[in-house]
Design a protein around this ligand. Structure first.
Ligand SMILES: [Ca+2]
Ligand SMILES: [Ca+2]
Length: 550
């Protein structure tokens, strides 16, 4: 029975600051060159000192690591290279003591081809688990059952023993579960129960909008007009209308949300990775009654291809139009993208741009997601030749695309050998800039990116207008992105000069700003204490300012 929600405190995650830990690269504790759970535990004090609230950890389940953990062979255990279940429990407890909430990554769409379910399913047409995956007879010409494509030109792989094909949007090592089978649903829901019992506070659901495919297996229409967003995941030109965002996904997500609502307990947080063509298409994933995913990832800001006030403003205007009544996320970097510093800055202006982007990250509506290392302005260090490549997509597409290794290099803790990440040989080479760019150096330098992050995170937590206020975009300046955050009587004004030239912001032309004087709360360039009675602000190149009503 649905009980109407009482008007109470908003949930902890609304507008909260999250930190993404790519576990392989964060901190190694035993010298094997691979980050692990004990490594994370040893850095919890550091994470607490940043002021973040949620920790999202990339997959740590037993896995052949064909896609670095997104190919799971056991949903109820920890891969020995990352640690033990006892260490995971210790991590949750130690995090809890520091008010840090653990969010784990979960892959429901597919398993590894070495998962016992798939091994059983593959054993023959009459296997009791045959229908747990998507098996079909060949087309009349012996080829794949239809034209569906994803990471590979055909999403079907032929199995010689049974003479049938199985379906996988990603790699052949990632066969897709058949979500039309109720047994699959029941079994996978138990996985979430298991981890909730371990004390996790939520899940980041991998590719959750790919659960269902068209039952009749109709061909996807072939077209040259593939939306930008799908170009990243489709190897051939087609509109994935029969493989992505099917209405059936919503039935399962609703059922999952309902399944997880436990009486008297705070509802676990569901964060969803959803590939959708427009901001508007995110809306259905919240559920008509707010009964699906609380936080569908909003990647549109990270799709902006250059540092441009106009381009970011365009995305934020779309957010305002469609998402102003929904909690959302702010993502500039993650394990699938080149880091924002690499996308938007040169080596020379990297520090200034990192601070400017941080000013935006922590002052927008969406819950900010910090990708590990962003807080010190880490930059990509891509492989130089194919022998160095670890990422499967980099191996497949070299040299056109070098894969995602560049954004996954080990965390730069200090200037000792291997940056304090490992005493052994790191699984992926370090960015040699760690000698200058590292946590220890930035802790000691008051105007570092790291200290600026801490300052902005603290501001977000003390000003409810930053965390929960509405956002109003101001003007159409080509250099300065300006917006107001308001809640009750505490407006905050944010000015971001995205140009490498000085720019003048003329506040007098905006009615909400006049009749007020403004005082600097945070500034990228110096610890300013200036007042701006006239609201004509001269901004230095790449300067960002956060101002309060004085
Ligand atoms: Ca290790
Ligand atoms: Ca699927």
């Amino acid at each position: 029975m649905m009980v109407p929600l009482k008007q109470t405190e908003p949930p902890w995650w609304e507008g909260a600051v999250f930190y993404q830990i790519y576990i392989r690269s964060f901190q190694d504790s035993n010298g094997d060159g691979i980050g692990d759970l004990r490594g994370i535990i040893s850095r919890l004090d550091y994470l607490q000192s940043l002021g973040v609230e949620g920790l999202w950890i990339n997959p740590f389940y037993p896995s052949p690591q064909g896609d670095f953990g997104y190919d799971i062979i056991d949903y109820f255990d920890i891969d020995p290279q990352f640690g033990t279940m006892a260490e995971f429990e210790q991590l949750v407890q130690s995090a809890e003591k520091r008010q840090l909430k653990i969010i784990i990554d979960l892959v429901l769409n597919h398993t590894s081809d070495r998962h016992p379910f798939f091994i059983e399913s593959r054993s023959g047409i009459h296997s009791p688990k045959r229908d747990w995956y998507i098996w079909r007879a060949p087309a009349e010409n012996g080829g794949p059952p239809n034209n569906w494509a994803g990471f590979e030109k055909s999403s079907w792989t032929f199995d010689h023993r049974s003479g049938q094909y199985y379906y996988h949007f990603f790699y052949p090592q990632q066969p897709e579960l058949n979500w039309r089978n109720p047994a699959v649903k029941e079994t996978m829901f138990e996985v979430l129960d298991f981890w909730l019992d371990k004390g996790v506070k939520g899940f980041r659901l991998d590719t959750i909008n790919l659960l269902f495919e068209d039952e009749a297996l109709r061909d996807n229409p072939v077209t040259d007009e593939v939306p930008e967003y799908f170009k990243q995941v489709l190897s051939i030109k087609q509109l994935p209308i029969y493989t992505v965002n099917l209405p059936e996904n919503h039935h399962v997500i609703k059922a999952l949300r309902q399944h997880l609502s436990r009486k008297g307990e705070e509802e676990p947080l569901l964060i969803g990775e959803v590939f959708v063509p427009t901001v508007q298409d995110l809306v259905p994933y919240y559920g008509e009654q707010g009964d699906e995913i609380q936080l569908p990832f909003n990647f549109f800001l990270s799709n902006v291809d250059k540092l441009s006030a106009a381009s970011f403003r365009q995305v934020l205007a779309q957010d305002s139009e469609y998402l102003s009544h929904y909690p959302t996320t702010t993502v500039l970097s993650n394990h699938d993208l080149p880091r924002a510093t690499t996308r938007y800055a040169s080596e020379e202006n990297s520090e200034a741009v990192a601070k400017l982007l941080a000013t935006m990250l922590f002052t927008l509506r969406g819950a900010p997601f910090i990708y590990y290392g962003s807080e010190i302005g880490m930059r990509d260090c891509p492989p130089e030749n194919i022998d160095e490549v670890q990422d499967p997509i980099g191996k497949l597409e070299w040299p056109d695309y070098k894969g995602r290794d560049g954004a996954r290099t080990p965390m730069q803790w200090d200037d000792t050998k291997n940056a304090g990440f490992t005493k052994g040989s790191p699984w992926l080479k370090l960015n040699p800039d760690y000698v200058q760019r590292n946590v220890k150096a930035q802790q000691e330098y008051p105007n570092s990116i790291l200290n600026y992050y801490k300052k902005l995170i603290a501001l977000r937590q003390s000003w409810s207008s930053l965390r929960r206020g509405k956002l109003t975009l101001l003007g159409e300046d080509s250099s300065v992105l300006a917006y107001l955050r308001e809640r009750q009587d505490n407006p905050i004004l944010v000015l971001l000069n995205m140009s490498e030239e000085k720019s003048l912001f003329r506040g007098e032309s905006f009615a909400p700003l006049t009749q007020k004087t403004w005082k600097v709360l945070a500034s990228t360039h110096s610890i300013a204490t200036e007042n701006f009675p006239s609201l004509r602000v001269n901004l230095k190149p790449f300067e960002g300012l956060v101002l309060k009503n004085d």
